[in-house]
Design a protein around this ligand. Sequence first.
Ligand SMILES: [Ca+2]
Ligand SMILES: [Ca+2]
Length: 278
Amino acid sequence: MDNNMLVKKIFLAYIIGLILLTGCASREYLTSTKTNQKIKSEAQTKIQNISDIETWQQTDNIDLDGDEIKDKILFKCQPGSNDFTLKVNNVSTSGKGENLDGNFVIVNIDKTDKFNEIAISESGPSSDEQTAFYCYDGQELIFMGKVQGSNNSIKILGDGKVIANKRGQILQTWFYEEPYNLSKLHKLEKIPQDLYKMNSKVKMKEELRLLQSRTDKNFSITLQKGEEVIILLSDDKHWCLVENSKGKKGWFAVDNYDQIRGTNWKASEVFEGLCYAD
Ligand SMILES: [Ca+2]
Ligand SMILES: [Ca+2]
């Protein structure tokens, strides 16, 4: 009988121990599941990046104005909509875009100043991406400007520049890097460029005589029918610089987007391989 009682007590203690252990294990499992869910949801917010920067809809973990106090940022925007509200601490501003991504990223345009900036991207009507930039000076939210390109195509390296991805205005569908500086008032200022890289490989469908330069109207080289050439540079207004396979260069101009000056041809009648998207 005593032995029986002992066995029963040991068995009971074993069962209680087992229940307690299972309970602990479940709690541990629960905690670890919660952590996993948190990690997962954090990972899901990383949709698009500018140089490894996360996208957010809200955060209170970033100091925008460099006072060493983290700021509370709240972004209200439906993905695909045309309006947003941006709130930092107790200051809020509203803005417009077309087909907004619905989130923002924090960027550090100039690593040597105390500010971090907020970038808000939109897709536009048909892949006409643009990104608006805001900064917070501790009192106000300041609109810094809007540039072409989105999270994926804009370059920010921390050297005080934003390299936008601008769509070309002449000849064909092409994009080029357009640099911006920060002004004294911390606004984005376009750095004027004379020429932009086009680097389009094309094949000649007609013979075309090129000019020495944009100011010297003497002929330089004649591109032969069937010859493969590269359109190297353009001012994105009228002029394009072409290099042939022998490394010789010359210029041509277009008017009204793609009408080759001095001829009756459109660019597509002279060059094979130009891009025409949408
Ligand atoms: Ca702060
Ligand atoms: Ca900075």
